[in-house]
Design a protein around this ligand. Structure first.
Ligand code: ADP
Length: 461
């Protein structure tokens, strides 16, 4: 009579299925162990064929000459065979290990089984081991992160429905190839592009031993980075192409129609100098950005005092502020505000912020630079900050989260008119990242904007 499991397989719960899988696996292990023990016994007997045969001849002679009773001779012969089959060939030596290898070719021992699992766990990308039937026998932590519903004992189709991947698994298991690379687009839990490699494992043995290894590499981050890189190159070339095109146009005009026009020549040369300056600024900022990016993971080693640095930058930008009829006002903190930092980079941060405040602030207005702290000096997690506030028209809130992106501008025309490159705040952000500092931006339309760089105070508990 068929068992309920056979008649109604679809009604089994997942728990039952898994416990059945485990029970079947244990039974297979017991059978394999018996087979292996039997093979070992035969192997040891065959290795000891000569002494065993000699002993058998001696027993027979003793029996014939009446020195041994029939039952005793028979018992001794059986005991001899059992001992020869069970006694290791060489206690702890190579011979026994070789024998094991010789007979265990068809089965993986428990230690081997554990060792391949450890190898799958150590693979630095998502990895899944499949048995001969295409059922998961093991997966590593990265695979569990990539496929939240993954469970050992389930078929591969429960992990991914990609027809290409399932076909590659079938082909590897059918012995049609050693390795297949496929690409899949996973939509759950988030859309991503994944490269999968299905490799045949040359581990012979029972059905639950791994027959195929599937490894996955998420290409989404790589795609995003290469997209960012190509956007960046496109933006940088566009920014350079514009002044270059106008320079060429001026050169052509001066060589052609304006060849003998003295006043046009003077005017054009001045415009050409402006365009060349713009290109120089852009290249300087691009180099700055790439230098900062290269050092972003190197913690700064120097010590910077924010009051002194802010005073230095204010002094160096005084002529620029004067030209824009803007007043720079510095409000120092009463106490020293020391941070772990790279002075040149902190100077660059303050230069960019104060220069922006002058550029985009109100002509005839004031730019206030303030050094302050969040908690009393030396207290746990104390922060010291520098803020730069202007009285400009302010920034609409929807632009605030994107201001530190490279080449992002609220108004490209206004930025270019004011000599901006669109890279100043990106440089600020990278430098602050290197200093584990935070940039806060607040702005009120018609009132002004405040940019605050906040640092952990040196010596804070
Ligand atoms: P830019 O070289 O264009 O000034 P930044 O990266 O320094 O580039 O700034 C990006 C954009 O942020 C600017 O184009 C401008 O639109 C806006 N911005 C920066 N600082 C201010 C400010 N103080 N007030 C108003 N807008 C600002």
């Amino acid at each position: 009579m068929p068992s309920p499991n056979e008649t109604e397989p679809k009604k089994m719960s997942l728990g039952q299925v898994l416990s059945n899988v485990r029970w079947t696996e244990r039974r297979a292990e017991a059978e394999a162990w018996t087979r292996e023990a039997w093979k070992m016994a035969r192997y040891r007997l065959s290795e000891r064929a000569m002494p065993v045969a000699a002993a058998a001849v001696i027993f027979t002679v003793l029996l014939l000459f009446g020195a041994l009773g029939g039952l005793a001779a028979f018992g001794a012969l059986i005991a001899l065979f059992v001992a020869a089959a069970a006694w290791p060939l060489d206690w702890g030596g190579d011979a026994e290990a070789r024998a094991n290898n010789a007979v265990a070719g068809s089965r993986l021992g428990e230690a081997d089984r554990a060792s391949w699992r450890v190898v799958v766990d150590a693979i630095p990308s998502a990895a899944i081991a499949l048995d001969a039937a295409g059922t998961l026998v093991h997966h590593n932590r990265l695979a569990a992160e990539m496929f939240p519903r993954i469970r050992d004992g389930l078929p591969m189709s429960h992990v991914s429905r990609s027809p290409d991947l399932l076909l590659a698994v079938d082909r590897v298991l059918a012995g049609e190839g050693e390795r297949f690379d496929v690409e899949l687009i996973e939509r759950v839990p988030v859309e991503r592009r994944v490269a999968a490699t299905v490799s045949r494992l040359a581990l012979p043995g029972r059905s639950s031993a791994p027959h195929a290894l599937v490894t996955f590499r998420d290409l989404t981050e790589q795609d995003r980075l290469s997209q960012m890189r190509s956007d960046f190159i496109a933006n940088a070339s566009h920014e350079l192409r514009t002044p270059l095109a106008s320079l060429r146009a001026f050169v052509e005009t001066l060589q052609g129609p304006a060849r003998n026009d003295e006043s046009a020549r003077a005017r054009f040369l001045q415009l050409m100098a402006q365009q060349a300056e713009r290109m120089t600024r852009l290249i300087d900022d691009l180099l700055s950005l790439s230098r900062v990016e290269m050092r972003v993971h190197l913690p700064p080693r120097g010590i910077v005092e924010l009051n002194e640095t802010a005073a230095y930058v204010c002094q160096s930008l005084e002529p620029v502020a004067e030209a824009a009829q803007t007043k720079l006002v510095l409000k120092r903190d009463d106490e020293t505000a020391r941070i772990r930092g790279d002075r040149d980079e902190i100077v660059q941060v303050l230069q960019n912020l104060i220069h922006n405040a002058i550029k985009y602030g109100r002509s005839g207005g004031t730019v206030e630079i303030r050094v302050g702290r969040d908690a009393p000096r030396g207290s746990a997690g104390a922060k010291v900050w520098v803020s730069v506030s202007d009285e400009g028209p302010g920034i609409p809130p929807e632009h605030l989260p994107r201001l530190t992106e490279r080449f992002y501008r609220v108004s490209a025309i206004s930025s270019r008119e004011k000599g901006g490159t669109g890279l100043g705040l990106a440089i600020v952000k990278h430098i602050l990242n290197r200093h584990r500092a935070e940039l806060r931006i607040s702005s009120r339309l018609g009132v002004g904007s405040t940019f605050t760089a906040s640092f952990e105070e040196l010596g804070a508990a």
